[in-house]
Design a protein around this ligand. Structure first.
Ligand code: ADP
Length: 399
């Protein structure tokens, strides 16, 4: 079975074509500047990347170009588009309705259109991607895989905000959680490498990238997570503040005359590692600067790692124990210094990592960091959201 996985952003379209027989990626690529010019970077596995500038007025035209490239004699990996058995779409927000991945129908799209007000950035491009597929490949099953659905079983006392209840009932203001596809993938992958049923494990998964979130997975189900109504809640991120006292927002508006949009931009795009350090949102640069004695870079690292630590403590308490800790995504998979700072002084919980292994870790594969004799298994598990989407798509398309 061949499955095309699509991830549509406001001006971008990422794609990967999987051969599910051997779980290999046949080709992948990225369309950018959709609606404002257009570029395509396409890579057939094992070949040199192909790059072109081409007019891409909308997601439909971009998808058409992707299908051409995938089936072209020169750059392609399939003889014809008919070889694509199903398409899986990454959808950031499934609202309260979607408790799991779902076959895409007109009524699914209609529901997603109703929740655009609470998902204004990611909703419209995802819907555009689905509509483009339905029109270009009307007979191919389409599946939506939601970042929020892993959190659909979280209990109400963990997702209702302590504000007047009518904002939840009437305005859908609640915690939803994001990055669920990544947390779901790495928690299952961890159970697989440990050779234990996930039902028997209490796991904390730390997805640390440009956006970061932490999830408590008890018995295979997410019971709590750090992101909330939007991906803005939680720990400090590359450019996002994470959780702060909400009064900071109104104070800034009242005293500095900022508009709501201006404050949102400050908290979303100018905060986090970038805002604290004044240097960069990239944890590699922050680490280098901190190592060279830059005090604000050091402060940024401390704020980041202390936030992670606090969530680990809280989630171990909520689960009444902890069997395993997972690091994933750009920072989690690559920055040994962040992992070392997070795990330092956590032996009371059973978390202890082997310094040597943490320093000389292997990239791109599940890698164990646990110190001999430690109670909690600590692992790096490379995330693969696209493959998780392909698996769900295969399952639902075959039904
Ligand atoms: P995104 O949320 O955009 O998918 P990533 O998961 O790619 O982000 O993570 C980006 C972060 O990972 C950056 O802060 C970067 O510094 C850090 N990082 C550290 N080492 C690497 C590496 N070798 N490759 C990619 N990102 C890395």
């Amino acid at each position: 079975m061949k499955i095309l996985v699509l991830n549509a952003g406001s001006s971008s379209l990422k794609y990967q074509l999987f051969n599910m027989e051997d779980a290999k990626v046949l080709a992948k690529g990225l369309c950018e500047r959709i609606g404002a010019g257009g570029t395509v970077t396409h890579k057939k596995t094992g070949a040199e990347p192909f790059f072109e500038e081409i007019d891409l007025p909308d997601h439909g035209v971009a998808l058409g170009r992707v299908l051409n490239l995938l089936s072209s004699p020169e750059y392609g990996v399939i003889a014809s588009v008919d070889e694509i058995d199903a398409v899986g779409h990454r959808v950031a927000h499934g609202g309260e309705k979607f408790k799991e991945s779902s076959r895409i129908t007109e009524s699914v799209i209609a529901y997603l259109e109703t929740i655009v007000p609470i998902n204004p950035l990611h909703g419209p491009p995802a819907i555009a991607g689905m509509k483009a597929c339905l029109s270009l490949m009307p007979n191919v099953p389409q599946v939506a895989v939601f970042d929020t659905s892993f959190y659909s079983e979280i209990e109400d006392f963990r997702y209702v905000y302590p504000i007047p209840y009518e904002f939840y009932e009437n305005d859908q203001i609640r915690r939803y959680g994001f990055h669920g596809t990544s947390h779901r993938y790495v928690s299952h992958e961890l159970a697989r490498v440990l050779g234990k049923p996930i039902e028997e494990l209490k796991i904390i998964t730390c997805h640390l990238g440009n956006g970061s979130s932490i999830t408590a997975v008890d018995g295979g189900k997410a019971i709590d997570t750090s992101m909330g109504f939007t991906p803005q809640e939680g720990i400090a991120m590359g450019t996002r503040s994470g959780s702060i006292d909400p009064t900071v927002v109104t104070y800034l508006m009242k005293t500095k005359g900022y508009t709501a949009q201006e404050v949102e931009d400050i908290l979303n795009k100018k905060s986090g590692l970038l805002g604290i350090s004044g240097l960069s949102n990239d944890c590699r640069n922050i680490t280098e600067a901190a190592n060279n004695g830059n005090a604000r870079a050091e402060l940024a690292l401390k704020i980041l790692t202390n936030g992670i630590k606090k969530h680990i403590g809280a989630y171990a308490a909520e689960m009444n124990g902890l069997d395993a800790l997972v690091f994933t995504a750009g920072i989690g998979e690559n920055q040994w210094n962040v992992r070392a700072r997070v795990c330092e002084g956590m032996s009371f919980l059973g978390i202890e990592i082997d310094e040597e292994k943490n320093l000389n870790f292997e990239r791109g594969v599940p890698f164990e960091l646990t110190k001999e004799g430690a109670k909690v298994a600590t692992w790096i598990i490379p995330t693969d959201e696209e493959y998780m989407i392909a698996i769900d798509t295969q399952r639902l398309a075959s039904k």
